[in-house]
Structure formats: C-alpha cells, structure tokens
Design a protein around this ligand. Sequence first.
Ligand code: HQG
Length: 186
Amino acid sequence: MNARRAERVSRYLSRHLRHAPDAIGVVLDAAGWTPVTDLLDACARSGFPISRAELDQVVATSDKQRFAFDDTGQRIRANQGHSVRVDLGLETTPPPEVLYHGTIESFLPAIRREGLRPMGRHDVHLSTDSATARRVGARRGQPVILTVDSGAMHHAGHRFRRSANGVWLASHVPPGFLSHPQFGHS
Ligand code: HQG
C-alpha cells in the first residue's frame, strides 16, 4: 500500500470511527469499539473496500496512532477525536506543568473571552510540545500557539486525561489559564 492509499484509508476510518458510523452502518459500543469484521464488511458494502492487511498496516503505521485494536485483536476504535458520544474510559491523570494548543489568530478574540472549548469534539486537545501544537494550528492557516498553565489548572481541580496516542484532553480551558502575547497576561 502506498502512502496516498494509506492516508485515504486513515481518513475514511477516522470519519466513520469518530464521527459518522451510521453513514456506513457501523455500530460503536459505549467505549467506541466495533468488531473488525463488521467494520470491513461495512466498508466493502459502502463502496470503500479495505483489506485486513491494509487495516493492520494503517493501525500500525498511522503517524498519530489514531486507531487501536483491543487486546484480542477482534475490535477496533479511534484513540481520540470523536464527535459521537463515547466514553473512552481514560483515567484522570495529572498533567505536565505546561501544555500547548495551536490555533489561528482569527479565533483569538473568542478564545480570550470563553477560553478553549471542545467545539465539534468531546474535548479540547492539547500537546506536550509546541511543535505539535504548531502543526495542529497550521491545518487552518498561519498558526498561533497558546500556552496552557495546566499545572495551575490541575491545582484548581480541573481534570485531564491522556489519550492512548499521547494527546492531552480537557473539557474546557478557562481564559485565565491561557497565555498569548495578545492576551496581555503571560
Ligand atoms: C478552536 C487533529 C473559537 C480551536 C489535530 C481549534 C489535533 C475556538 C478549533 C486534533 C474556541 C477546533 C484536534 C473558542 C477552541 N472560540 N474557536 N472558544 N475554542 N477553538 O479540529 O485542536 O488529524 O476540533 O483552537 O492534529 O484544531 O484529527 O481541534 O482551532 O490533534 O487526528 O476551534 O485533530 O488530529 O478544531 O485539533 P478541532 P484542534 P487528527
């Protein structure tokens, strides 16, 4: 499988394991899992056949480890990024002192007012390094990086979880824990 095909397969799986299982008749359980055979049947029925070997390769090599098999190898789910309601069962974990979020300038006024909100997803996604945050922001335009005082948030009782692929998740980041030169506090 070449890189282009792998990316198409990954995008197709992301769409249906995170956002639109119904569109191809896949049923996710409460934790987001679905049987691999059901998924592959549904993909084939929907005109996007994926072989088991291709699936294994995409799960193993996805640059961001977007998907995981369960311990038996019989079920698959997306590691994070859902808009459909699932409970990934991630434990609350103390975060590092600082995390980063990449966005674009036009969102800053709203973010300064409301803080970071999950928008279309379950959670706000935060990175441990600013380079990753920069790449996330760059999906939308010229990236700007916000620094999150996750240590102070933790002390104030906010809960953090870490997805299987190393993304830090929070349900909201209030503006007082965000710094950016335009926000006037650092
Ligand atoms: C912004 C990709 C206005 C937020 C990436 C972001 C990541 C606000 C956008 C993962 C706001 C939401 C997640 C507020 C936040 N007012 N805008 N109050 N609060 N925003 O895509 O973090 O390829 O849902 O800054 O690499 O960009 O899918 O979140 O710009 O890891 O695996 O609203 O998605 O990974 O956008 O990206 P998203 P995100 P995958």
